[in-house]
Design a protein around this ligand. Structure first.
Ligand SMILES: Cc1ncc(COP(=O)(O)O)c(C=O)c1O
Length: 407
């Protein structure tokens, strides 16, 4: 008989034979990988959900020897589970989880050095432009903002261009960037490409398959999907870049905390079903809005009248849950905002609940009215993040709110 003292001094994994890790072959499809990759039953207990390893440090075996984990900024088992899953879903060599989408973007930018130049598309998320122009620029990195086409990128190319930075679909007008065309041009110049894939997630768009080197996410949005955590991630195509990002993550330290990683992992398990519903609801709302006389324009890549509908069909496997529509004036937009009952008027997107936003006074308040007008962002523009409620209820809510503009 084994003495009780010996049993108690053993770790759980020594007491119980480790469960055989289930293998998930690459041929498993997206929804299966979202639930299983990096998330085999816990060897210590058999728990089917990865534990939250809420520990800052890990006991080492002896001098110079440790069992995989050292210190949670360097690596944490819950974070590793999320990163393994994300790398699989995007089809990358490795993934890195950060404390916010902005921290993820900052990590990619710190791969560069003073004197380097970045070619950015002209309509990026406002927070990205703020980071680039108001902080990173001070460290000697230059940014140009141009139309995301091979011709415009070529015209703005400099001898010191070291990165192309893209985002598709764009916010809030839902323009589509031709990733294959931009990547083909960038590859001909041997310049890596980064793309923010927050709006579509790997369920609808896998940029690495189009030639992108770095995929960025604000996991705050669809990957978490429940509006209860801030986070970010970078997934890279090459092992060499993975080493460099791993070093930046460890050295700069903006890591995602274990509980936040667990929340994102839980969100990702239902990503496939959620994205299908976001997409169906956005399509239903967009079609309904397009038929309303009081609505001037509807921007949704799923509508055949969207100028890049064909490109969206080719590049994406769905159109996503984001759309925008223009009711003409600020007063009319305000009436809609004030009358909706189901939609919350709020920043952010990608949660199960539907949100309404006013880009001119929210995401794009930091630029001038003239700049907004040049971009096509008027005072009457409203952005919708379609949740996964019943689409008929969403339409009824908008119908009621738009009534005030029909009089
Ligand atoms: C497309 C996009 N990228 C990045 C970010 C920044 O993410 P976070 O708020 O998680 O830092 C946002 C936030 O709204 C976003 O919409």
């Amino acid at each position: 008989m084994i003495p009780l003292k010996t049993i108690l001094s053993q770790s759980a994994s020594q007491r119980d034979p480790p469960m055989k890790a289930r293998k998930h072959q690459p041929e498993h499809r997206f929804a299966t990988r979202a639930i299983h990759v990096g998330q085999a039953p816990d060897p210590a207990t058999g728990a089917v959900v990865p534990p939250i390893h809420q520990a800052s440090t890990f006991a080492q075996t002896t001098v110079g020897k440790y069992d995989g984990w050292l210190y949670s900024r360097v690596g944490n088992p819950t974070r590793a589970a999320l990163e393994t899953c994300l790398a699989s879903l995007e089809g990358g060599a490795a993934a890195f989880a950060f404390s916010s989408g902005m921290a993820a973007i900052n990590a990619v930018i710190t791969l560069l050095s003073a004197g380097d130049h970045v070619l950015c598309q002209d309509n990026l998320y406002g927070g990205t432009v703020r980071l680039f122009n108001q902080i990173v620029k001070r460290f000697g990195i230059e940014f140009s903002y141009v139309k995301p086409t091979p011709e415009s990128l070529q015209d703005a190319l400099r001898p010191n261009t070291r990165l192309v930075y893209l985002e598709t679909p764009t916010n809030p007008l839902l323009g589509i960037v031709d990733l294959q065309a931009c990547c083909a041009w960038a590859q001909s110049q041997q310049i890596p490409v980064a793309v923010d894939n927050t709006f579509l997630t790997p369920y609808f768009q896998r940029p690495i398959e189009s030639g992108v080197d770095f995929v960025i996410h604000s996991t705050t949005k669809y990957l978490n999907g429940h509006s209860d955590g801030i986070g970010g991630a970078v997934i890279c195509k090459n092992a060499a870049d993975a080493e460099r990002l791993k070093f930046i993550q460890k050295a700069a330290g903006a890591v995602l905390a274990p509980f936040e990683c667990w929340l994102v992992l839980r969100g990702i398990k239902s990503l496939a079903v959620r994205m299908r519903q976001h997409d169906a609801n956005a399509m239903a709302v967009a079609k309904w809005l397009a038929a309303q006389k009081s609505v001037r324009t509807v921007n949704y890549p799923g509508l055949p009248q969207h100028p890049q509908h064909a490109l969206a069909r080719r590049q994406q496997s769905g159109f996503g849950g984001m759309l925008s529509f223009d009711v003409g004036t600020r007063a009319r937009a305000q009436r809609v905002v004030d009358r909706v009952k189901l939609f919350a008027f709020a920043e952010s997107l990608g949660g199960v609940e539907s949100l309404l936003a006013h880009p001119a006074t929210m995401s794009h308040a930091g630029i001038t009215a003239e700049e907004r007008a040049a971009m096509g962002i008027g005072e009457g523009l409203l952005r919708v993040s379609a949740g996964i409620e019943d689409a008929d209820d969403l339409i009824a809510d908008l119908d009621n709110a738009l009534k005030s503009n029909r009089r």
